[in-house]
Design a protein around this ligand. Structure first.
Ligand code: UDP
Length: 381
């Protein structure tokens, strides 16, 4: 093997950004990816019939308020300006998320102004959560945010499907992802820097790795490879973004994840649902949402007017080792277990663990990039 200064194990967003930054610092980097392709779960495929970009592992929308992330990614791709909106089906009607004036007025049949909304929501919240202390779990936090009627309609059953448990068993953090707004702004994310790469997500990864100092090998599982290829003392600095528990043979037990199953379908119609994502918030529908991918590229006139469309129903499911991990399940027990693995990692000076799987964090793309920039810029080789 040619001499390398660093190994990047895992070519998802975190690994690709780490590799790029190191390469630009003049380091020779070997990137090893277990899958046959790079890009992790942001990987897409192009439908040969319509040209539609299919998000194979579920919808990924780039959005950020972090200047250095925005500046960094635009060195590699241009964004199409897509602004994400999420609709929700409940009791036979379609509503606009997130929780704001549009939803409240539509749901209650009111015509509140921005000035009137906070008092209305506060009164609804007080009916369901008395306050006087911090919300102790997901359900209390959600009711404190929006009141019980909206919680019952849009959150409780969706969350039960998504996480496979009663929302009272979940921490308050996850619901804090959802914005609550006193306006008619239905942009799902509070970031105006947003969009989908005009040339597709795959081009972002290909361009990140397109550097003379980067060597890429796919279909190589670093965990198996490291034992065979090098004696431990000669391992170059390694940036690992696989699951942190797998790194130690799950010796403290596996960290729990929530997994997903996607059911893709070609529908012989130009437009199936009129938007990219519709959430199904009631218990009588087993899936949580339907993605319709052509809407992510409104600038692509050919795909938009193609006579068929690709949709995908998303079914959350229990995770067991070997399944695809999607969402870390944040509980006191999982946090404790994570700390044990992190203590082991700290004993390995030649190893940096990061990314969604390595840090066991519910990361958006931009946070993952930001962490990678931080790690790779600080690292002294
Ligand atoms: N959520 C919900 N109803 C919805 C959308 C979201 O109850 O219609 C809750 C659910 O618990 C979910 C969390 O809010 O896990 C975060 O939602 P987000 O849309 O950020 O999830 P992601 O797109 O990352 O799966």
């Amino acid at each position: 093997m040619q001499q390398v200064d660093a190994i990047v194990a895992g070519a998802g967003i975190w690994g690709c950004v780490v590799a790029r930054v190191l390469a630009e610092k003049g380091r020779k980097v070997l990137v090893l990816e277990k899958r046959p392709h790079v890009g992790g779960n942001v990987r897409c495929e192009t439908d040969p019939e319509t040209g539609i970009e299919i998000h194979v592992y579920g919808s990924h929308i780039f959005h950020t308020h972090i200047d250095r992330v925005w500046d960094f990614v635009r060195r590699f791709v241009e964004f199409n300006g897509y602004q994400h909106k999420v609709l929700a089906r409940h009791a036979g009607k379609t509503y606009f998320l997130p929780l704001g004036l549009t939803l409240v007025n539509q749901f209650y049949g009111l015509d509140l102004t921005p000035a009137e909304l906070p008092a209305f929501v506060a009164a609804e919240s007080a009916k369901g959560f008395a306050g006087g202390r911090a919300p102790a779990n997901f359900e209390e936090q959600a009711i404190a945010f929006i009141g019980k009627p909206l919680y019952d309609a849009f959150i409780r059953e969706y969350t039960r499907k998504q996480w496979g448990t009663d929302p009272r068993n979940l921490g308050a953090d996850v619901i804090r992802r959802l914005p609550v707004r006193a306006s008619y702004d239905v942009n799902y994310f509070p970031d105006y820097r947003q969009g989908i790469p005009l040339t597709g997500y795959n081009s972002l990864f290909d361009r990140l790795l397109d550097h003379p100092n980067i060597m890429l090998e796919c279909n190589v599982d670093w965990l198996a490879w490291r034992n065979k290829s090098l004696i431990a003392s000669r391992q170059p600095l390694t940036f690992y973004s696989g699951p942190i528990d797998a790194l130690f043979g799950y010796k403290f037990g596996p960290l729990p994840w929530r997994s997903l199953r996607f059911e893709q379908e070609r529908v012989p119609t130009v437009d199936f649902q009129g938007t990219s994502v519709v959430n199904y918030t009631d218990a009588d529908v087993a899936f949580t949402r339907i993605h319709e991918f052509k809407h992510y590229h409104p600038e692509d006139a050919a795909a938009m007017s193609a006579p068929s469309t690709i949709i995908c129903r998303e079914y959350p499911q229990a995770w067991k080792p070997g399944d695809e991990p999607y969402y870390p399940v944040d509980t006191p027990e999982s946090r404790e277990r994570l700390a044990l693995y992190q203590a082991e990692t700290a004993k390995m000076p030649n190893l940096v663990v990061g990314g969604r799987l390595g840090e066991y964090k519910y990361y958006d793309i931009d946070r993952s990039i930001d962490r990678a920039l931080e790690v790779a810029s600080n690292e002294v080789l």
